[in-house]
Design a binder for this molecule. Structure first.
Ligand code: CTP
Ligand code: CA
Length: 219
């Protein structure tokens, strides 16, 4: 289906999207990260733009090209992602939080490369919890329409419904981690206050368009 012929579900709307993983340094050459190719978030950014929105994409490290017409801001860490989101959130109509944000950063990161001593002695990492970007946006006085994503490994329905309530957001999109990581297809389940709706197995680009239509109907 030709991109230019997509229905303009989001004409005159401003949409902010996070995508990809975050990367939390251990030292200048090492770090911890989450599994996320960025494909779903980038597909949603592309679909939102096709639907007529003005789209800002705040992205962790990915190997993907910027979707046509989308403004992209690159970040590495969760703190950088939080700062970029905060500085772009005003006047947004929709915030779609697709990024796989690392829940912890390294509290005792080293400014220099940690050397391997070869004596069987390994360094001990200390962790600090990262800010919850989505929950902080949802808690703003006049928040945009907030959409969360959850990749679970089991009990999707239960975890997704609990997460939607805990973060106080109107819409949460659930999927099963091992069925989506790095893949071009997926199945999505939408959870809102009325219940759940499954978007059946299909390409991430088709699912992204269906999700954009669903979001536009809820604005
Ligand atoms: N999220 C976020 N900032 C974080 C963690 C998560 O904005 N520090 C967002 C994600 O982008 C996603 C949603 O919150 O839209 C759910 O993320 P998830 O990792 O599934 O939820 P958590 O509350 O971190 O719970 P879990 O213990 O299952 O990881
Ligand atoms: Ca998490």
């Amino acid at each position: 289906v030709i991109a230019a012929l997509q229905p303009k579900w989001l004409a005159n709307r401003r949409v902010l999207i996070t995508a990809g993983p975050t990367f939390e340094p251990i030292d200048p050459v090492r770090g911890i990260t989450n599994r996320s190719s960025g494909k779903m978030g980038y597909a949603i950014a592309r679909a939102a733009r096709e639907a007529g929105a003005s789209v800002t994409l705040i992205s962790g490290p990915t190997a993907l090209d910027t979707p046509y017409g989308v403004k992209r801001i690159d970040v590495m860490t969760a703190i950088q992602m939080r700062d970029a989101v905060m500085s772009h959130i005003s006047k947004q109509d929709v915030f779609i939080s697709v990024a796989a944000v690392a829940d912890w950063r390294i509290a005792n990161k080293s400014e220099q490369k940690i050397k391997k001593n070869g004596n069987g002695h390994s360094p001990t990492l200390e962790f600090a919890e990262n800010p919850d970007i989505l929950a902080s946006i949802a808690a703003l006085p006049d928040p945009p329409y907030c959409v969360g994503f959850a990749a679970e490994s089991e009990k999707l329905k239960q975890h997704a419904e609990e997460k939607r309530k805990k973060k106080n957001i109107p819409l949460l999109v659930g999927n099963i981690g091992h069925e989506t990581f790095g893949k071009d297809e997926n199945t999505l389940i939408l959870f809102d206050e009325t219940g759940s709706l499954e978007l059946p197995h299909g390409s991430k680009q088709i699912l992204a368009r269906q999700l954009i239509e669903q979001i536009s109907k809820r604005l």
